[in-house]
Write a protein that binds this ligand. Structure first.
Ligand code: AMP
Length: 395
C-alpha cells in the first residue's frame, strides 16, 4: 500500500482535518471515565499544532444512528481536550452549516475546533458522498488517526477523502499499521498467536487466516470447547457451537498440513453454574463431568502455553482464556498476560478484553504494543484491508 504519513506533509497554515476515535466511555453524568482514546491522539494533534496547522477534529461517539442524541454529544470531550492540551478548543455543534465553513476558513494557525458527533448525521454510516464533500469543505489536508474505526468505510473516513487534495495517516494509525499489519507480514520467528474469547464464530476468519502465518496457534477461552468436542472429548455444559465443529476440524487439519503447532487446553477450571461463587474444580479434558461448565484454562494448560510462548520471538494475542470478568475464573487469562509480558518477544495485544486483561494483570507497560482497535484489530488478523486505510492509498 502506498500511503503518506503526517510527518511527510507541510501543514503550515493549512486547515488540517483529523479524524480521531474519541468514542470514550461516559458515566451517567457524562463524565469521561477513561480518556485513553483522547491521549492516544496527542502525538498527531501536537505535531499539527507545532507545525502551524489549523486543527479541525472529527469523531463519532456511540451509536446515535443518524439522530441527535444529547447523551452522545462530544461536548465533554472538547472540555477534556482543552484541559489536556492547555489551549482553547472550540466546540461546534453545527459542523455542516455555511457559517461553520466560513468560520473554519477564517481560523488562524494554532486554532482548534472539535465538531459534534458525526454520527448524528444519517449520511455518516452510509458513507454518503454528499456528507463527505461537505466535510471536505473544511479541509486542505485530511489525516486519519482513527484506527479503531478504520474497519468501517464511513463518510468521515472514506467518502471525505475523495474531496480533499492531500490525505495521510496520523501517528496512531501509523503505529497500528506498523505493529499489527507489518508484524503479521514480516514477523520474526517463531511467531505465535493466542486466540481466545467466547465464540469460534466471531474469530473463524481470523483463525483461518492466522493459521497460514504462524508457527504456533494457542486456542483458549470458550471457543476452545468446540475444538475439544471436535477431537471427541466430552465437554460437559461448556460453550459449544455445534455447527462449527467441522470448521474447527478444518482449522486443525490446516495446522497439521502446515506444521503449525496447535495447542488447546489440556485441563480446565469449571463449575456447575456460570457464577463466580459456583464451586470450582480443575478437570483434565478427558474427565469433564456432564454438569460442569468450563470457565478457564487449568494449571497444566497455563504451563503448556507458557512454554510455547517463551520460545517465541513474536506473539499476537486476542481474546481472554476464560470468563475472566469473574475473578475466580481469571487466573488463566492473568497468567498468560504475565507470561507474555515476561517473555522477550515482540508482543502485540488487541481487542477490548485482552487489553483489559493486561491492564488487570498490571503488565501493560511490558507489552510491546497495545492496539486501540477491537473490531479493526480482528479484521487485521483476518487479513482484510481496512477501508479507512485503503482510502488513504493514493500515492
Ligand atoms: P470475545 O469478545 O469473543 O473475545 O469474547 C470475550 C468474552 O468471552 C468474555 O466476556 C469472556 O467472559 C468470555 N469467555 C471466555 N471464555 C469463556 C468460557 N470458557 N465460557 C464462557 N465465556 C467465556
Amino acid at each position: 500500500m502506498a500511503l503518506k504519513y503526517i510527518d511527510e506533509l507541510d501543514l503550515k497554515d493549512k486547515r488540517v482535518m483529523v479524524r480521531v476515535d474519541y468514542n470514550v466511555p461516559y458515566d451517567k453524568e457524562m463524565n469521561i471515565t477513561d480518556d485513553t482514546r483522547i491521549t492516544a491522539t496527542l502525538p498527531t494533534l501536537n505535531y499539527c499544532l507545532e507545525n502551524g496547522a489549523k486543527l479541525i477534529i472529527v469523531s463519532h461517539l456511540g451509536r446515535p444512528k443518524g439522530q441527535v442524541k444529547p447523551s452522545l454529544s462530544l461536548k465533554p470531550v472538547a472540555v477534556r481536550l482543552e484541559e489536556i492540551l492547555g489551549r482553547a478548543v472550540k466546540f461546534i455543534d453545527t459542523p455542516l452549516g455555511e457559517e461553520t465553513i466560513a468560520f473554519t476558513k477564517n481560523m488562524q494557525s494554532g486554532d482548534i475546533v472539535l465538531f459534534e458527533n458525526i454520527r448524528f448525521y444519517p449520511g455518516e454510516e452510509k458513507n454518503d458522498k454528499a456528507l463527505g464533500e461537505l466535510l471536505a469543505k473544511h479541509a486542505d489536508v485530511f489525516i486519519n488517526d482513527a484506527f479503531a474505526a478504520a474497519h468501517r468505510g464511513h463518510a468521515s473516513n472514506f467518502a471525505v477523502t475523495e474531496f480533499v487534495p492531500i490525505v495521510a495517516a496520523g501517528f496512531l494509525l501509523k503505529n497500528e499499521i506498523e505493529y499489527s499489519e507489518h508484524t503479521i507480514q514480516n514477523a520474526k520467528r517463531p511467531f505465535g498467536a493466542i486466540i481466545g474469547g467466547a465464540k469460534v464464530s466471531s474469530k473463524l476468519d481470523a483463525l483461518n487466516n492466522i493459521v497460514n502465518k504462524v508457527d504456533f496457534l494457542i486456542i483458549g477461552g470458550g471457543m476452545a470447547f468446540t475444538f475439544l468436542k471436535a477431537q471427541g472429548y466430552s465437554i460437559g455444559n461448556s460453550l459449544l457451537e455445534e455447527d462449527l465443529i467441522d470448521s474447527a476440524k478444518e482449522i486443525m487439519k490446516k495446522a497439521k498440513e502446515k506444521n503449525v503447532t496447535l495447542l488447546l487446553p489440556v485441563d480446565i477450571v469449571g463449575a456447575p453454574e456460570f457464577d463466580n461463587e459456583s464451586p470450582r474444580g480443575v478437570y483434565s479434558i478427558d474427565s469433564i463431568p456432564d454438569n460442569i461448565i468450563g470457565l478457564d484454562i487449568g494449571p497444566e494448560s497455563i504451563k503448556l502455553f507458557a512454554e510455547e510462548i517463551k520460545k517465541a520471538k513474536t506473539v499476537i494475542w486476542n481474546g481472554p482464556m476464560g470468563a475472566f470478568e469473574m475473578p475466580n475464573f481469571a487466573t488463566g487469562t492473568n497468567e498468560i498476560a504475565k507470561v507474555l509480558a515476561e517473555s522477550h518477544c515482540l508482543s502485540i495485544v488487541g481487542g477490548g478484553d485482552s487489553v483489559t486483561a493486561v491492564n488487570q494483570a498490571g503488565v501493560a507497560d511490558k507489552i510491546t504494543y497495545i492496539s486501540t482497535g477491537g473490531g479493526a484489530f480482528l479484521e487485521v488478523l483476518e487479513g482484510k484491508v481496512l477501508p479507512g486505510i485503503a482510502a488513504l492509498d493514493r500515492y
